[in-house]
Write a protein that binds this ligand. Structure first.
Ligand SMILES: [Fe+2]
Length: 223
C-alpha cells in the first residue's frame, strides 16, 4: 500500500516540478522519476503526528479534486513520520511556533528523522505551517526547493521584501541564502527538496528588516 502510494506521489511530484523551467526543478524531477522506477526498500517508520497536522490535513483534502499531487500526498501522509526540529522547540522564534509547524521526511539520509526511503544525496518531504505563522529568517548549506501545494503564502530572501506566491509554485534557495516564509490566514502545506549538505541543520539568523520594522513601529529613527 505504502509502496504504490509512494510511487504515485513521486511521479506526481516529478510532473509538478517538470512544469517549472528552472534547471534545478527539472533535475529533481529526473531524480524523482528514477527513484520511482527503482524504488528502494520502504521503511516501516514509527507513527508520529504534530499538533497542527489535523488542521493541515483538512486543508490538503480541499485541494484533492484539483491537484493530483495534493491527492497523492494525502494518500501517503498516514505513512509519514511527522516531527519538529528539537533545536527549534528548544529555542522557538515565537511562543506559538511549536504548535504551528511540523515536517516529515519522505526520503533522506540515515542520520535524520525516520524517512520512508533512504538516500544520502537528496532529501525531500513536506512541511506544515498553521495560519498566520512566521517561519523567520534562517539559512543552511543545502540547496533548497519549495513547492507550494496549498496557498497563498509569502516568501522573502535576504533583505528583499515579502513576495506572495500562489499554489503550484516553486521557490528556490541557493546554499546559505537567508530566507523566511509566512503563511496567510489558512494552514499551509509545502513540499521541500534538499540537495548538497544534508548534515547541517537550518539555523535562525538575525533579521535586519524585522528589527527595523519593530523600531519604526516604536517611533525610533533607524537611519
Ligand atoms: Fe530553508
Amino acid at each position: 500500500m505504502t509502496t504504490s502510494a509512494l510511487t504515485t506521489f513521486l511521479n506526481c511530484f516529478a510532473d509538478a516540478l517538470d512544469r517549472d523551467a528552472r534547471t534545478v526543478s527539472r533535475s529533481h524531477a529526473v531524480r524523482l522519476r528514477r527513484i520511482a522506477e527503482h524504488l528502494p526498500p520502504v521503511n516501516d517508520v514509527p507513527q508520529s503526528r504534530v499538533p497542527i497536522q489535523a488542521t493541515c490535513e483538512v486543508e490538503l483534502a480541499g485541494y484533492s479534486a484539483q491537484s493530483p499531487l495534493a491527492l497523492a500526498l494525502a494518500a501517503l501522509l498516514p505513512a509519514i513520520h511527522m516531527t519538529r526540529s528539537k533545536s527549534y522547540l528548544a529555542n522557538p522564534p515565537s511562543s506559538d511556533f511549536g504548535e504551528n509547524y511540523g515536517y516529515g521526511v519522505i526520503c533522506g539520509p540515515d542520520n535524520g528523522p525516520p524517512a520512508l526511503i533512504k538516500d544520502e544525496e537528496i532529501a525531500f518531504g513536506l512541511m506544515f505551517l498553521g495560519p498566520e505563522t512566521h517561519y523567520p529568517l534562517h539559512h543552511h548549506p543545502a540547496d533548497e526547493l519549495y513547492y507550494t501545494v496549498t496557498g497563498p503564502s509569502f516568501w522573502r530572501a535576504s533583505d528583499a521584501d515579502w513576495d506572495m506566491r500562489g499554489i503550484d509554485e516553486t521557490i528556490h534557495h541557493v546554499p546559505w541564502l537567508p530566507h523566511a516564509t509566512l503563511s496567510a490566514d489558512r494552514p499551509l502545506v509545502l513540499l521541500y527538496v534538499w540537495e548538497g549538505d544534508l548534515e547541517t541543520d537550518a539555523a535562525f539568523i538575525p533579521d535586519v528588516l524585522t528589527a527595523k520594522a519593530a523600531l519604526l513601529s516604536e517611533g525610533v529613527d533607524t537611519k
